[in-house]
Design a protein around this ligand. Structure first.
Ligand SMILES: Cc1cc2nc3c(=O)[nH]c(=O)nc-3n(C[C@H](O)[C@H](O)[C@H](O)COP(=O)(O)OP(=O)(O)OC[C@H]3O[C@@H](n4cnc5c(N)ncnc54)[C@H](O)[C@@H]3O)c2cc1C
Length: 405
């Protein structure tokens, strides 16, 4: 067994660890980093993979950084998976049976998709969309198969349905929820999305839970709401949970995610955790790209001894599906009756703004894409109602002249 010593090791090569390294380097920290990549390609923008199924993508098309960036930044990027962490002797062990010791360890192992237990099919028959390899498998299937069952009416399910419909496939989307994206949008916007999906040909089955599927002669059958549906491929978009395996093995404090303080410190002083794997105050797990990027930077500030506290910036989600642009941004859950709701419409734009004590707490809208960054700023800076009305009027302020000068 070979053995190596590194001042800093990061497990999981994605936006959290890259942001961590970028922050170290931008503050002049030159310590060598071992970055352990559990996937088969350069770290990439995970957010792109399921949104680009129509045209497909090359292996490293969505890379976050060029290969040379790693060597230029004193990073040893290796392709392997960590299977054990021993916090007593500060060592990790990989699947290739190599041990590495660390002074500081960052666990940024992200999330793993939840593949539901369905009687009649084995889990390996159910596809996910958590990583590029998963999406490539779905794409490969779409080359020869026509009928897809997507389970899950959240963002990934809707985006995957949109892509497969655009590829000319037949799509059944089965969701436990009554309306698509109903956790992120008020019923009116979710209903607009549902109409758009139906118009494009998605068969949307709401309020259903797929618990049993028959597999006969290469095709699948499911009985839902008294009707039998047939399809060739099952894709589960049923959410993801923090990938806490290593946290457990290391004996760290683990609940839903690896528990961290506001400086991304775990229960061990030499181990940090950040990104989708981390659990913050009040049990919050973020699950979004920019949040992971932010936390990677905070983990770096911690070991740079320039600690900056995590303040849970507002989450925001943007997606373009079925001819609609949807935006949802908020600090926390909106509480009906406590938060003031302002609903406005102009042409194809519908928006809901929520205020708490006159300051903007949440903004959700359809089709006001050009001003998405301004809404984001309004949330970050907690604009008051007057400022929102002034800077983000509906209809947009326009000035024009009938006469050209
Ligand atoms: C299909 C899809 C679409 C998304 N779209 C959006 C979007 O539009 N907007 C948005 O804000 N967010 C989106 N997200 C969420 C966003 O991608 C994540 O929040 C973000 O990638 C989290 O970054 P991370 O660095 O914490 O972990 P990840 O990006 O999940 O990376 C973790 C890495 O660790 C590796 N790993 C795990 N265990 C080990 C191990 N033992 N050894 C070595 N490596 C290991 C994994 O293989 C993976 O490469 C999407 C996610 C998915 C799956």
């Amino acid at each position: 067994m070979s053995y190596n010593n590194y001042p800093i090791i990061a497990v999981g090569a994605s936006i959290t660890s890259i942001s961590f390294i970028r922050t170290l380097r931008s503050h002049g920290d030159k310590r060598k980093v071992l970055l352990i990549n559990g996937e088969d390609r350069l770290p990439y923008k995970r957010t792109k993979i399921n949104k680009n199924m129509v045209r497909g993508f090359d292996k490293d098309e969505f890379k976050i950084a060029d290969e040379k960036w790693y060597s230029e930044n004193n990073v040893d990027l290796i392709y392997d998976r960590v299977i054990d962490v021993d916090q007593e002797v500060k060592k990790i062990r990989t699947r290739n049976n190599v041990e590495y010791s660390y002074d500081k360890l960052l666990i940024s192992t992200g999330a793993v998709s939840v593949i539901p237990q369905i009687s009649g099919v084995e889990k390996k028959e159910i596809h996910g969309v958590q990583n590029a390899h998963d999406v490539e498998r779905v794409l490969e299937k779409s080359g020869t198969k026509d009928r897809f069952l997507i389970i899950g009416g959240g963002v990934e399910g809707i985006e995957t349905a949109d892509q497969l419909i655009r590829k000319g496939k037949k799509v059944i989307l089965a969701s436990r929820m009554k309306l698509p994206l109903q956790k992120l949008f008020p019923p009116k916007i979710s209903a607009t999305l549902k109409d758009a999906m139906l118009q494009k040909g998605v068969e949307f089955l709401s309020g259903v839970s797929v618990s049993s599927i028959q597999h006969i002669d290469g095709a699948y059958k499911v009985n839902l709401q008294g009707q039998v549906y047939q399809f060739d491929v099952i894709v589960a978009c049923t959410g993801a949970v923090p990938n806490i395996d290593l946290g457990k093995k290391a004996g760290l404090e683990v609940e839903h995610g690896i528990v961290v303080d506001e400086y991304m410190q775990t229960s061990n002083k030499d181990i940090l955790a950040a990104g989708d794997v981390a659990q913050h105050a009040r049990g919050v797990v973020t699950g979004l790209w920019h949040a992971a990027e932010h936390q990677g930077a905070l983990a770096a500030y911690n070991i740079l001894k320039k600690p900056q506290a995590h303040t849970l910036p507002p989450y925001r989600l943007k997606t373009e599906v079925f001819g609609l642009y949807l935006f949802s941004g908020a600090y926390e859950d909106v509480v009906p009756g406590v938060d003031t709701e302002v609903e406005e419409h102009h042409g194809a734009i519908t928006r809901f703004l929520y205020y708490m004590d006159e300051s903007l707490k949440a903004a959700v809208f359809v089709n006001d894409q050009e001003r998405a960054k301004t809404y984001q700023k309004a949330l970050m800076e907690r604009w008051n109602k007057d400022k929102v009305e002034q800077e983000l009027p509906l209809p947009p302020a326009m000035s024009f002249s009938l006469f050209s000068s």
